[in-house]
Ligand binder design. Structure first.
Ligand code: TXA
Ligand code: MG
Length: 329
């Protein structure tokens, strides 16, 4: 099926919810990135997300609900989970819990657990309330591509593939939610995000970060190249390496671009340099937009390596994947 994809804001809310109730797929804004949603309780509808996204079937989807009561319809919400939701929701946190029977295995990639998220974006909340059922949604990009933070970027990937993109403006957070699993013995962070391990440990006492071997659905981002721009991307630790590489490229008639923290931008003289932002939060807000924007203008993107922990660590997790782990020198 080829759709004449519509894009619009609030005026499309009713239609968006109707499409979901009818078993179709709709892209919608959240505070993190745009999601590609379908009725989480309808297997056939969820199947359509896989098709639109071209996604491997061993990646589970996050289930989006408006509040704790609705979370309880889809998952067994433990005391620990309730404390996390009380502190961080609505907001950019996904909690993996034992699923209830109503959630089909197509949503969880065959797992007995389900990731639950209560988003804070106002238009998203109105949309979920009108849908009146849990909405399963991955990020609204074609599999492996950079997650979209604006309706325009969703359109690039989803044009013709879905009937409607609900436009809620530029996403505030800019990278996907922190995913924490409470399904095992020790709370474990499966994907870092803007809510950090330290903040979660304050509520839970202890959390583990996922460093072990990669298993099905543990952290799919590690299994496949992810967040991949259409041009080569490389990380640099030393600005001199970036400048040498850049100058060589220019000599060969190429048009590279350097992404640097605000504080380091001036190091690069008159080379084509982009300010990523001054701290982890700001860089998170900007990074996916910058990747989508500059891949269209340049042949190569050189990205300053960030710290491995806290908010910067969450961004690092994404850009290392964009660069496929490649560093200059
Ligand atoms: O911010 C976000 O989380 C966005 C917005 C749309 O809500 N969604 C998103 O979905 O990033 P997606 O599909 O791109 O990433 C979902 C992540 C994956 O890393 C997946 O493995 C993990 O959540 N996940 C979901 N359910 C899980 C489960 N039952 N067990 C382990 N990991 C799970
Ligand atoms: Mg994704």
């Amino acid at each position: 099926m080829v759709w004449d994809t519509k894009v619009g804001g609030k005026e499309y809310l009713t239609e968006a919810a109707e499409l979901i109730r009818r078993g179709e797929v709709v892209a919608f804004p959240t505070e993190t990135v745009y999601g590609l949603g379908a009725n989480a309780l309808d297997e056939k509808a969820v199947e359509k997300i896989y098709i639109a996204k071209n996604r491997p079937k061993d990646n589970p989807f996050i289930v989006h609900v408006t509040d704790l009561d609705n979370a309880e319809k889809a998952a067994f919400v433990t005391d620990e989970a309730a404390r996390l939701f009380a502190k961080f929701s609505p907001g950019p946190l996904t909690v993996v819990l034992k699923k209830k029977e109503c959630v089909p295995y197509i949503v969880t990639a065959g797992l007995e657990t389900v990731g639950i998220r209560i988003p804070s974006h106002p238009l998203c909340r109105e949309f979920l309330a009108l849908c009146d059922r849990p909405v399963a949604a991955p990020s609204a990009n074609v599999s492996k591509r950079v997650s979209p933070t604006e309706a325009e970027y969703v359109y690039e990937d989803m044009k013709g593939r879905i009937p409607l993109i609900l436009d809620g403006g530029r996403c505030d957070v800019g990278i996907e939610s922190t995913v924490i699993s409470l399904a095992g013995e020790v709370p474990t962070i499966l994907r870092p995000g803007i809510i950090t391990a330290e903040e979660l440990a304050e509520v839970l006492g202890r959390v583990k970060t996922h460093t072990g071997e990669v298993k099905v659905a543990q952290a799919p981002g590690m299994k496949y190249r992810h967040y991949a721009p259409t041009v080569p991307c490389m990380l640099y630790r030393n600005p001199v390496d970036a400048m040498n590489y850049y100058d060589e490229e220019v000599k060969n008639g190429k048009h590279p671009v350097i992404f640097a923290r605000s504080a380091n931008k001036t190091l690069f003289g008159d080379r084509n340099t982009v300010d990523m932002g001054c701290d982890g939060k700001e860089i998170a807000h900007n990074i996916f937009h910058l990747l989508r924007y500059y891949e269209k203008k340049n042949d190569a993107i050189l990205i300053e390596a960030l710290s491995e922990t806290g908010e910067e660590g969450a961004v690092m997790n994404r850009i290392e994947k964009s660069c496929d782990g490649k560093y200059l020198s």
